[in-house]
Design a protein around this ligand. Structure first.
Ligand code: KIV
Ligand code: NA
Length: 264
């Protein structure tokens, strides 16, 4: 089978079909999500927290994310792989954005990039699209701007909603193929979704976007504290902790390894 493409994503909106996106940061989980039928995998700069242990996405670099994106591409067969451009790699200008995005496509095999922000980064979005790089937008709670927001909170209430709508329309006009809406009122996300012809992907944006995305460690119950919008679809953290405790116990008591684990 072939990979999911930007055309498949566009066609899904015309057919009013909702679809799921998940983050992935390594080959094993990419394979599991791919085989589960997740059509789009995002190598998020959330790797800063869930892989590298930072407390925001600000410190992570292109060099940090490139090996993760390459692993996700190698681990998957069918999914479209989107890579986040990290803070500082595209805000500074068009040449920087082109250089960073080009590295992801050439060195990892990722199929598209994602960038945070609206009208202020239009020249970068236009240049990348012109260069043949599909661009996913991201508006609302854009974590790379946490220092401007003064924390992680709902965005786009009141007049800010009209600004977000203008940014969304500008990103579509600049050629973005899809748009993440993070932590915005459901009503606004629904209005943006019906105003655009490109698909919207919600995370904390209610149920009326074209698609949904979650950080996989959040939805699988690996991260201890999660936002209101997260649903825990499994309790991997408990399963893994129990496995580690059982392993430790059996090593200490001598139950493991047993004869069947040993070579004669
Ligand atoms: O980095 C990330 O994981 C993201 C998604 C949550 C949209 O940007
Ligand atoms: Na991100």
């Amino acid at each position: 089978g072939r990979r999911v493409t930007v055309r498949d994503i566009a066609a899904a909106k015309e057919r009013h079909e909702k679809w799921p996106m998940l983050t992935a940061y390594d080959a094993l989980t990419a394979r599991i999500f791919d085989e589960a039928g997740i059509p789009v995998l995002l190598v998020g700069d959330s790797a800063a927290m869930v892989v590298y242990g930072y407390d925001s996405t600000i410190p992570v670099t292109v060099d940090d994310l490139i090996p993760l994106a390459a692993a996700v591409v190698r681990g998957s067969k069918r999914a479209m792989v989107v890579a986040d451009l990290p803070f500082g790699s595209y805000q500074t200008g068009v040449p920087e954005a082109l250089a960073a995005a080009t590295r992801f496509l050439k060195e990892t095999g990722a199929h598209a990039v994602k960038v945070e922000g609206g009208r202020r980064i239009l020249p970068q979005v236009e240049a990348m699209v012109s260069a043949g790089i599909p661009v996913m937008g991201h508006l609302g709670l854009t974590p790379q701007s946490v220092n401007v927001f003064g924390g992680y909170r709902v965005q786009g209430r009141g007049q800010a909603g009209e600004e977000l709508m203008a940014d969304a329309k500008a990103l579509e006009a600049a050629g973005a193929f899809s748009l993440v809406l993070e932590c915005v009122p459901e009503e606004l996300a629904a209005r943006v979704t019906s105003s655009l012809s490109i698909p919207t992907i919600g995370i904390g944006g209610g149920g009326r976007t074209d698609a949904q995305v979650l950080v996989w460690q959040d939805m699988a119950g690996l991260t201890p504290h999660t936002a209101k919008f997260v649903k825990k679809f499994a309790d991997i953290g408990t399963v893994l902790g129990d496995a580690a405790r059982s392993y430790a116990e059996e090593v200490v008591s001598g139950v493991y390894p047993a004869p069947e684990h040993s070579y004669k």
